[in-house]
Design a protein. Structure first.
Lengths: 57, 379
């Protein structure tokens, strides 16, 4: 499905950027580094849980 | 979809839930309000409520745009279509909100009103261009997320010299609504709505930034964690709130750092400030009249203000007597506390505004809470 999206509110958006769209307008860009950082936090939690399980008596 | 699917992993969600359960202090109860309807919807849709321990309760807030729209405003839009014979364009959710005399925009359309559902404010502008001989009004509702698009089209209309386009501006402000809840008698004195912290809005915060919440955290000693709309975002934000409560902190934290900055979208804020100014008072469904909680169109754009153009006067109208939307929007009651819920009032035939939008507390509970089956049995 294709829908026209206005970039009037994020004029510095570049081809290849991910934007967040609300009622047909891009309202902000997704920061790829920050997105990875949040996912890394989840992965870290999983690793900690696994380590805790391994060392449990 | 990238940046969406990764934040929906069920295994990780259960892991965060387990972490929350181990970190809760025994004998302590935790109450967090998710302000935004997008979060209310996510919590119901992904069953987040069931993943959380019973001593932690999520309270639904008033951040559902159509839920807080009072009957009097819908009446104005209906009047524009039926009496003034204008083409009224509006977002889909607004169509079924109950108005006076058993009407809604949908029913007014059936009575011959030219009412059109639009996906974007830009579509309303297009309708105006295509119908130069007709008055076209965009019935603009919503929080800080829908306001910048409305500002864009008003400026565009001025630039194009469109003479038949105007806006019925019903845009409202998130920080004023949060203040109103924190100042309400239920929260301050009676303790009937204990709130230990807020899950801060996702899209609203992209626009306004995390800065405006710092006042609540400081002044009212309530932690705020801004969260994205995906289930893992909400779970992680709840965990961050639990930690703040346990450590006696009241800070603004940002789980949604991939899209929210402290200052927000400055270009959008500048546009909004150019086109709109504060209203002294605005009636909200459920909250009543809230001072400086909404926007109106600045005099420089007066010709695009439908209230001025058509000489509209606001007339407040009380809600259905048994409808508990007001108390539900203030977090005082839950959808299932309402006598009408799931019996007289359903998403197909909503009596109150909370049953209309998928972001409304009642509609979300009804759709994802197995009430559908219950209603069939009861009927």
């Amino acid at each position: 499905m294709r829908k026209p999206v206005s970039l009037a509110l994020v004029e510095d958006a570049q081809v290849g950027d991910f934007v967040i769209v609300h009622v047909g307008f891009a309202i902000g860009r997704v920061d790829a580094d920050e997105a990875e950082r949040t996912l890394a936090l989840f992965a870290e939690m999983a690793a900690q849980d696994a380590a805790a399980a391994a060392t449990a008596p | 979809m990238k940046y969406v699917d990764e934040y929906r992993d069920g295994e990780v969600a259960r892991r965060i839930a387990a972490r929350i359960a181990t970190e809760l202090q025994p004998g302590r109860r935790y109450h967090f309000m998710e302000f935004c309807g997008g979060h209310t919807h996510a919590i119901a849709r992904y069953g987040i409520g069931e993943l959380l321990p019973p001593q932690l309760r999520m309270i639904h807030g008033p951040g559902c745009p159509v839920c807080v729209l009072p009957i009097g405003r819908i009446d104005q839009a209906i009047g524009l279509a039926l009496q003034h014979r204008a083409i009224v364009c509006t977002y889909g959710d607004t169509m079924r909100v109950p108005a006076s005399e058993s009407l809604s925009l949908m029913r007014a359309k059936a009575r011959g009103g030219d009412i059109r559902m639009v996906y974007s404010a830009a579509d309303a502008l297009k309708v105006a261009r295509e119908n130069p001989g007709r008055e076209v009004v965009f019935f603009a509702i919503g929080f800080e997320t829908t306001t910048p698009p409305t500002a864009v089209v008003i400026r565009q209309a001025q630039a194009e010299g469109l003479r038949n386009f105007s806006v019925l501006c019903c845009h409202v402000l998130t920080p004023s609504a949060i203040t109103h809840i924190l100042e309400s008698a239920e929260v301050r004195q009676y303790g009937t709505v204990p709130i230990d912290g807020f899950v801060g809005p996702a899209h609203v915060s992209i626009v306004i930034g995390s800065g405006p919440y710092e006042h609540f955290a400081e002044e009212y000693r309530k932690p705020v964690v801004i969260a994205g709309f995906e289930p893992l975002d909400v779970m992680q934000a709840v965990l961050m709130l639990v930690r703040q409560v346990n450590e006696g902190r009241a800070e603004v934290e940002n789980e949604f750092a991939r899209a929210v900055t402290r200052e927000g979208n400055l270009a959008a804020q500048r546009l909004v400030a150019e086109v709109f100014e504060l209203r002294e008072r605005f009636e909200w469904r459920g909250l009543g009249e809230v001072p400086y909680s909404a926007l109106k169109i600045r005099p420089a754009f007066a010709e695009f203000d439908a209230e001025r153009r058509f000489g509209l006067v606001y007339q407040g109208v009380p809600d259905h007597k048994q409808c508990e939307c007001g108390a539900i929007l203030r977090g005082v009651k839950r959808p299932t506390d309402c006598k009408l819920f799931g019996t007289v009032c359903t998403p197909e035939n909503p009596m109150g505004s909370c049953m209309v939008s998928s972001e409304g507390a009642c509609a979300a509970h009804y759709t994802y809470g197995r009430f559908k089956d219950a209603a069939v049995v009861a009927g």
